[in-house]
Design a protein around this ligand. Sequence first.
Ligand code: NAD
Length: 373
Amino acid sequence: VKISVLKERDEGGERRVALIPQVVEKLAPLGIAFSMETGAGLASSYPDNAYTGVSVSPDRNALLADADIVLAVQPPSLDTVRAMKPGSVLVSFVYGRNNPDLVKALRDGKITGFAMELVPRISRAQAMDALSSQATLAGYYAVLMGAVHMPKILPMMTTAVGSLRAAQVLVMGLGVAGLQALATAKRLGAVTEGYDVRPETREEAQSLGAKFVDTGVDATGQGGYARELTDDEKHKVRTILSEHIARSDLIVTTAAVPGKRAPRLIDAEQISAMKPGAVIIDLGAEGGGNCEGTVAGQTVRVGPATIVGPVNVASMLAEQASELYAKNIMHLLQQLITKEHGLAPDFTDEVIAGTALTHDGYITNDGVRAAID
Ligand code: NAD
């Protein structure tokens, strides 16, 4: 089986790579021949010469035309897909609902597209769950970004002239990123509070030493995700949250609802009531922002507060984000390839069928097909 790994294009400043040297070693017994675009791993601290047993070439189109499987991080361009051979496999993030032309190009090119954001969130697929691996890093880093924007430190500190109080950190949205943010803030010595609309997050927050902000609203949706709140619920939640927002030194927001714009958790009035110097790190920035006034990719001052709207945080931690992403892909490839039969995806398998977006001229994912066709 021939696998080609692409260098991410410069647009968007993506630094990650879909293959690390350790994965090459692990997959070698399956009889895989790896090729890689020159410098593909450089921005994530993996120079070409670190990849033993991988052939390196600057000729992207030749790599694409030759590959049984193409690995990438970001959704590929249409030109990239058109250079792939019919019947070959793409493994990358695709975000089909946002990239309908790309999905159609995969379909029309008879490419089997595995979209990493579609990996089912079941225990057996945890090792392939790239959304989780990347969100873990982003949640950690959000707190560090917050710390450097704050005019104060996080822990309680006793000095000769008295004690400094610990900072108050509020994390809103306790999925994978939010829980990691709570854990990180706690490790740095802050007093932590967590809030989510799924009640099962109460125990998770408490087990990380945080208080849970109870608004009495349960918005558990399908597949372990949240649903959108009704207007009545939003009003109820707002009243309770305002007080917690006003006393926070740092807020990390991570709320998301699949297929929807990021829910608005903090409005301008609540921001104007925040403490001077307070900081919000809005990890929802890419999805439209959890706060009023967030600008994706920028840091803005709004009244007393600083709002940071980082995009593609995982790419900022490219070395380890690549390590985890490449391992997620490795676990998927181990399901797709056997030593005896080579590349032979079993579409009756829940994880493989769930991750597949296109196959043999069809859009196989019902949700994406309905959204774009
Ligand atoms: P996500 O990125 O979709 O959303 C982040 C958080 O925002 C979620 O906890 C969600 O409940 C919350 N949220 C949505 N609307 C909100 C609102 N109005 N106010 C406050 N919070 C709001 O979440 P995720 O990190 O992808 O995790 C989603 C779910 O999947 C979780 O239940 C998680 O435990 C589960 N999960 C399971 C597995 C597995 O079993 N393999 C792996 C990863 C995640």
